[in-house]
Design a protein around this ligand. Structure first.
Ligand code: ZN
Length: 315
């Protein structure tokens, strides 16, 4: 038994909170395995860490840069022949509807990143419901397709906020990809499986696709993208994807358009935030390109439909 499966089957408080049925999804045949490359479509000034320096009421005054950098990602995906899942912020979709349509026209999946990028830890249940309902309705309307996936800002579904899964199910979502399986201040959900699994709630069963991590000497290290992709040695991210590949399970990677934008206007932030947010911007594009050339990727929706077909066959 590997470390990997030990971590996935451990009985933890998290497992009890999420329901008894935390089994992993059936694994695809090794030759059919594709990973998930995902993009959180938001502006450089909407990052949670920058909130005190880029107040929400000024968002409309900052120059927008999300469109060209999302287009860059679309070109890179097109060049390497992969499809991806784009978690689009309602705030962005309302202002740039053509961008959302262009992403969908490229054969990619549109999913929701909520409306206004407020951490779930700061929202009431009604505010959370309104954010996921409003963004889903707008996105579905723009692309003429059902929107079934959600990702919270900044890994902010933490232990104690399991009611979010009920609301997602009630609002028509079938999967979530918000959980980071490590504990962090105000973020992360330690003790869950690293691989995709089912969350059983009163409202039904939600599929969860946690952010990729790397297991090393008994520790679980976030390695799924964003700042980790910019700041960690690239070999570590490749090693993490390799671990998932050997386990026969898709790895969940994520990036923001601003992660590739070295010339974005910079806010005067403390040094730690500066490193976390602005470190390595100039090298992200080459790193993403290497990942796209080394591994196979597809949309989460496509993995779900393969999974459903498999289940029907086995009935
Ligand atoms: Zn975000």
């Amino acid at each position: 038994m590997t470390d990997h499966s030990r971590s996935a089957t451990a009985e933890t408080p998290a497992r009890r909170e999420l329901g008894e049925d935390v089994r992993r999804l059936e694994r695809p045949a090794p030759e059919a395995l594709k990973h998930h490359f995902t993009v959180d479509v938001e502006e450089y000034f909407q990052v949670s860490a920058l909130e005190p320096y880029a107040p929400r009421e000024k968002w409309c005054e900052y120059p927008s840069r999300v469109e060209p950098w999302t287009d860059t990602l679309l070109e890179m995906l097109d060049e390497t022949g992969h499809s991806a899942t784009f978690f689009v912020l309602g705030w962005v979709a309302e202002r740039m509807p053509d961008l959302v349509k262009r992403i969908a026209a490229g054969g990619h999946e549109i999913a929701s990143h909520g409306w206004g990028h407020r951490r779930v830890t700061e929202l009431s249940r009604d505010e959370f419901r309104s954010s996921v309902r409003r963004s889903r309705a707008l996105l579905a309307d723009l692309v003429g397709q059902d929107v079934v996936g959600y990702r919270a800002p900044s890994f902010s579904i933490v232990p104690g906020l399991e009611w979010t899964f009920d609301i997602l199910l009630e609002e028509g979502y079938t999967y979530d990809s918000s959980l980071l399986p490590v504990r962090r201040p105000g973020a992360g959900y330690a003790g869950i499986p690293r691989e995709a699994f089912r969350i059983t709630r009163e409202a039904g069963t939600l599929l969860e696709f946690p952010i990729a991590t790397w297991r090393f000497m008994g520790a679980t290290i976030p390695a799924g993208g964003g700042a980790y992709l910019r700041l960690l040695p690239p070999s570590l991210v490749h090693a993490a994807v390799g671990q998932f590949e050997r386990a026969g399970s898709p790895a969940m990677l994520y990036i923001h358009p601003w992660d590739l934008d070295p010339d974005q206007p910079r806010f005067d932030v403390p040094s730690l935030t500066r490193i976390r947010h602005y470190g390595g911007l100039a090298r992200t594009r080459a790193r993403v390109d290497r990942l796209l050339r080394e591994f196979e990727f597809t949309t989460i929706a496509s993995t779900l439909s393969t999974h459903d077909r498999g289940r029907r066959r086995n009935r």
